[in-house]
Design a protein around this ligand. Structure first.
Ligand code: GLN
Length: 252
């Protein structure tokens, strides 16, 4: 399954962020350690979103995505090495069987200042969650960036972000999907440029926060003793100097 990474802290090159550490996100694209029987490598593309200017503004988030393996793209060390930001969210993809291989299917999905990545799959897609999709206006289904489970999750979360707090948007979408499609794997990573939120539903996740920076990653990128594993069924809220890990059920 895919791997993802979120960062908040002093500005650094986006290309450096996704290649930093002895177990960087780029390394995790071809040698992940903890895939939990959900694939072997993450070679179906990657993406990185970063915030510039005022992170809270709707057009504050930019993204670069490529459906090729991250290790084949010279832009990572080239162009992305020139882009600096203090807020970024990145993902490498291992496409679920039957889902399209295309740029639009690569996380992060971005819009209105938000970025979202999904590590996992909706079991029985798409029939299992047909009832859930029925509640969406047709125009929102037409606006889905790709015909994948992850893009539907983005569409559902995006809608609920308008209605309430990010933690409850994530927790309520997860509860609804798990009810319709039990055993789905739903590690979500959401950012708005100033805070990161992440969930653990049957996949690995670690977090490291100090006074100046915060990083959330499917797998620790280095041996820093500050990394803390996140137990299953939890929601992390992190930014520099702030870490809150709660049960998903607390947000319903
Ligand atoms: N199911 C999603 C996709 O195909 C995410 C895959 C993953 O986590 N490996 O894009």
């Amino acid at each position: 399954m895919c791997r993802h990474l979120g960062y908040l802290g002093p500005p650094r090159a986006v290309g450096e962020l996704i290649t930093a550490g002895p177990h960087s996100l780029r390394d995790q694209s071809w040698a992940p350690r903890d895939m939990r029987r959900g694939g072997t490598i993450n070679a179906d593309g990657f993406g990185v979103a970063w915030w510039q200017g005022n992170p809270g503004s709707p057009d504050g988030v930019q993204a670069y995505r490529n459906p090729a393996p991250m290790w084949t793209d010279p832009a990572v060390d080239g162009v992305l090495g020139q882009v600096r930001s203090g807020a970024a969210l990145a993902a490498v993809r291992s496409a679920t069987v039957g889902m399209p291989l295309e740029r639009a299917a690569c996380a992060p999905f971005t819009g209105d200042g938000w970025a979202l990545s999904h590590n996992g799959r909706i079991v029985g897609w798409p029939d299992s969650i047909a009832g859930l999709a029925e509640w969406l206006p047709a125009v929102e289904l037409l606006r889905m960036p790709a015909l994948t489970d992850s893009a539907l999750l983005w569409t559902l979360v995006r809608r609920r972000l308008d209605a309430g707090a990010p933690a409850s948007a994530l927790a309520s979408v997860i509860a609804d999907v798990l009810e319709a499609a039990p055993e789905s794997r739903l590690n979500l990573l959401l950012g708005n440029g100033t805070t990161l939120w992440a969930t653990t539903v049957y996949h690995s996740l670690s977090v490291r926060v100090d006074e100046v920076s915060a990083m959330i990653s499917s797998e620790p990128i280095d041996d820093d003793p500050g990394w803390q594993p996140v137990p299953d069924g939890h929601l992390v809220e992190a930014r520099p100097g702030h870490l809150n890990i709660t049960e998903l059920g607390d947000h319903l």
